[in-house]
Design a binder for this molecule. Structure first.
Ligand code: HEM
Length: 502
């Protein structure tokens, strides 16, 4: 009994101390934040109330609306202050270039903290380790290698269309999003890791459930400031959820690595060897680990990074592309005609590398779809040094939101941004704008390493779907909305009706 009071006091002290850094940051960043243009600040809470009770599909609208007001005032940046956090959003390509062109301001924002125990690879690395890993991995995405992935792109896309046939035959609505998701996980495992996992035939795969759960949890934590506190995060039961997801995520990649190691041992015994130039991503990582160039931890981190980065982003892109085609029948018909004229109408035929490179109209539509529905709505940088953006002094410690979501809907650059118009990406139109006004794959030194791989993968997958089926939407255009999460998952999936073409 006598111990209760001191224990209670100690707990309260620990609790207050755990907020100390937040309190210190709060005063410093609030001071700077109040001098920058942005929505009115409330005492203590800053702009936190604006995000309160917002679901992740409502959150994007808050930022878009504030960006609209800021542009109307003639501002090129806007700021949000959350308790202990200052977030600055550059609103056009010129303003965002300040950050993206820097070779030193490449540290990720504080929202990425939760990524660290899961994917500690290239995406989060900085400094010499990042340079070494980036140089090591780049050859696996060399254009000469990309053609080699076409077998996998085609075989897995064909499995996808076969699975979808039953919906075309029954006329039943299908949410095509999880089908695409499973297909792309199979593709990254087979093309990148040399391992077949057949997720397309397992609709309840624990890895995919854990990915969804983990990114939802990340978003919850980044927008509810009280969860930034480790003690409250633990006490409210979220830490346990995080650890459970992590266990599943790590087990899946550990199994893929183990299987590939075993296969390599067998290949070694039979004298088979592959030159470094022809190795897939995982083989290259394994051979570098064997020669002590990478530690086992670094290897696992990169595999986790590529497993996630390689499938969830492209899934979101393909999902929104299907939605865009479903809602624009004239554009879908033009895409279909281009595919048939370049690749023929035999649905069993593969789409070759040469053919994919000739699908120019499809590429315009894919770009416009990524403008309207950026698969990665925003990424963050955490400023190490103060920076001046368009005359505004931004302090070190600020999170910079590099947000395709707000850049791609800038009416000063994209006239009538709500109109879906692939011709915006004709070369003469692109020449009229700043290169960073359109950045679905980010830009600068930390841009997406998998961009070319992803574009070709999407071309093949979409070509197979469109060559097989006419796609119609089963909801209004905004009946399913992009969630502001790590990727822009559609809030109600991608519900469509498919009709066989031939
Ligand atoms: C439509 C598909 C994709 C989109 C929209 C996309 C978008 C992005 C963006 C915006 C970044 C920068 C992130 C940041 O600065 O915080 C990034 C980085 C990265 N992406 Fe992608 N990505 C896609 C596909 C892929 C694929 C297929 C792979 C791998 C096979 C991949 C692997 C990576 C990696 C490893 C990085 C970190 C690069 C570095 O920091 O050096 N991505 N991606």
């Amino acid at each position: 009994m006598a111990l209760i009071v001191p224990v209670f006091i100690a707990l309260v002290a620990i609790y207050i101390l755990s907020f100390y850094k937040q309190i210190q940051n709060y005063f410093r960043l609030n001071h700077y934040g109040s001098k920058l243009p942005g929505p009115p600040l409330k005492p203590i809470m800053g702009n936190a109330n604006m995000l309160k009770d917002k679901t992740s599909d409502e959150m994007g609208f808050v930022f878009l609306e504030e960006a609209r007001k800021a542009r109307k005032r003639g501002d090129s940046i806007m700021r949000f202050v959350l308790p202990g956090k200052l977030i600055v959003w550059p609103l056009n390509g010129k303003a965002v270039a300040q950050v993206l062109d820097s070779t030193t301001e490449i540290h990720k924002g504080s929202d990425y903290e939760m990524f660290k125990p899961w994917i500690g690879g290239l995406l989060l690395l900085v400094g010499d380790t990042w340079k070494f890993h980036r140089k090591l991995i780049t050859p696996t995405f060399h254009f000469a290698k990309l053609e080699g992935y076409f077998n996998v792109f085609n075989s897995e896309s064909k499995i996808l269309t076969e699975l979808l046939e039953k919906f075309a035959d029954s006329g039943e609505t299908v949410d095509i999003f999880p089908y695409i998701n499973r297909c792309l996980l199979d593709i990254i495992c087979e093309a990148g890791m040399g391992t077949k996992v057949n997720v397309q035939s397992n609709h309840h795969h624990p890895y995919l459930k854990a990915v969804k759960g983990y990114v939802e949890l990340m978003m919850k934590r980044s927008t509810r400031f009280w969860l930034w506190n480790p003690f409250l995060f633990w006490a409210l039961g979220y830490k346990k959820q995080q650890m459970d997801y992590l266990k599943t995520l790590k087990k899946f990649t550990a199994d893929v690595i183990a299987e590939r190691k075993q296969a390599r041992e067998l290949e070694g015994q039979t004298g088979e060897s592959v030159s470094k130039r022809n190795m897939n991503f995982l083989d290259l990582m394994l051979s570098t680990t064997e020669s002590n160039g990478l530690t086992e931890d670094e290897l696992r981190n990169e595999v986790d990074t590529f497993m996630f980065g390689g499938h969830d982003t492209t899934t979101t892109s393909c999902g929104w592309m299907v939605w865009s085609l479903a809602h624009h029948q004239d554009i879908q018909q033009k895409v279909y005609e281009e595919i048939v004229s370049n690749c023929g109408d035999d649905t069993n035929e593969e789409i070759t590398y040469e053919q994919a490179n000739k699908l120019h109209y499809l590429e315009l539509v894919m770009k416009e779809s990524k403008r309207v529905f950026p698969p990665v709505a925003a990424v963050q940088r955490h400023l190490q040094e103060p920076m001046v953006i368009d005359g505004h002094k931004i302090p070190a410690g600020t999170n910079i939101a590099i947000a395709p979501l707000v850049l791609h809907s800038n009416p000063e650059v994209f006239k009538n941004p709500e109109v879906f118009d692939p011709n915006r990406f004709l070369p003469e139109e692109c020449a009229k704008r700043h290169a960073y006004d359109y950045i679905p794959f980010s830009a600068g030194v930390k841009n997406c390493i998998g961009q070319k791989f992803s574009v070709l993968n999407e071309k093949v997958l979409i070509s197979h779907i469109v060559r097989n089926f006419k796609i119609e939407p089963m909801l209004e255009l905004d009946g399913t909305r992009p969630c502001l999460e790590v990727v822009s998952r559609p809030s109600k999936g991608i519900p469509v009706k498919l009709t066989r073409r031939l």
